[in-house]
Design a protein around this ligand. Sequence first.
Ligand SMILES: Cc1cc2nc3c(=O)[nH]c(=O)nc-3n(C[C@H](O)[C@H](O)[C@H](O)COP(=O)(O)OP(=O)(O)OC[C@H]3O[C@@H](n4cnc5c(N)ncnc54)[C@H](O)[C@@H]3O)c2cc1C
Ligand SMILES: *[C@@H]1O[C@H](CO)[C@@H](O)[C@H](O)[C@H]1NC(C)=O
Ligand SMILES: *[C@@H]1O[C@H](CO)[C@@H](O)[C@H](O)[C@H]1NC(C)=O
Length: 283
Amino acid sequence: MSAAHMGRAAALILATLLASSCVSVSVTVASKEARRYNFRFVRHARDAPAVSYYNYIVVGGGTAGCPLAATLSEHSRVLLLERGGLPYGNRNVSSEYHFADALADTSPLSPAQRFVSEDGVVNARARVLGGGSCLNAGFYTRASAGYVRAAGWDARLVNASYRWVERALVFRPGVPRWQRALHAGLLEAGVTPDNGYTLEHLPGTKIGGTIFDRRGRRHTAADFLRRAHPRRLTVFLHATVSRVLFRPGGKKKPVAYGVVFTDSVGGEHHVYLRGGGGAARTR
Ligand SMILES: Cc1cc2nc3c(=O)[nH]c(=O)nc-3n(C[C@H](O)[C@H](O)[C@H](O)COP(=O)(O)OP(=O)(O)OC[C@H]3O[C@@H](n4cnc5c(N)ncnc54)[C@H](O)[C@@H]3O)c2cc1C
Ligand SMILES: *[C@@H]1O[C@H](CO)[C@@H](O)[C@H](O)[C@H]1NC(C)=O
Ligand SMILES: *[C@@H]1O[C@H](CO)[C@@H](O)[C@H](O)[C@H]1NC(C)=O
């Protein structure tokens, strides 16, 4: 993870911040999976103190936020704030065969938040721990070496991160009839070579990875929280961040020093970076 390169400065990380006015609901008792993963650090935002301090605050427990928070917790005290609930115990999330149901579910309990784009397109976005990885089609592939170079990332660290993700979440898919026909059709249309099953980004046709296992069970980014340090990470569910607090950063850009979040009964909570943000030391 690039987190290894973040140095010792405390930072506010906005994994994703969407303006949202969602109706939050109560978390029920932790499901079997949550207990199996021993997620004792996952709590309801109602139980959050009015004021608290952390080395890192990650806003949004989605596809990026969960692995980021887990990695940062190796060396620092981390708070992860997610407006949705747990992904476990809901077959619309966990079963491949209910993929479309989660997207169709418009209730305030739904892990998918229905919205209409500025162009009028009806769409859905994640509102659940694990984020889009709880709703998406589960296709997995690595980026091309050229993409990684252009982004200026450390290719060795990127590869190590891919392996970390792949060990936990990525499976080789079965290729049933429709997919076989599409595969053959692409090759017949000249989209060659046939690269077979590979996670590499290659020209031609290939069979990529999937986050659904052979039993059709979805594995999500929330599972990465198993890798977190259980005493250095705190996760609040049904915690909707309403404000990021900034102070002037001299000649440079403003510096974030905290956030305000609201729980499911409208209670406001303030969280600040230890040391005031920017130049603070971690640990
Ligand atoms: C139907 C569908 C199919 C897709 N198929 C694929 C696919 O096959 N393969 C693929 O690679 N990608 C696919 N994607 C895209 C992929 O899922 C997303 O690009 C990815 O999940 C984005 O990750 P993220 O961490 O940036 O955001 P998200 O995973 O969306 O995480 C954002 C998180 O922030 C939380 N949040 C938002 N606002 C607040 C707030 N104010 N306070 C607190 N929390 C907040 C949200 O609840 C959410 O959990 C698909 C997406 C969809 C919707
Ligand atoms: C799954 O989705 C369907 C329809 O989209 C909805 O009626 C149902 O309540 C959802 N199930 C769960 C467990 O949330
Ligand atoms: C990273 O992995 C790719 C294959 O996915 C390989 O081509 C590349 O040489 C690797 N880079 C480094 C620095 O190990």
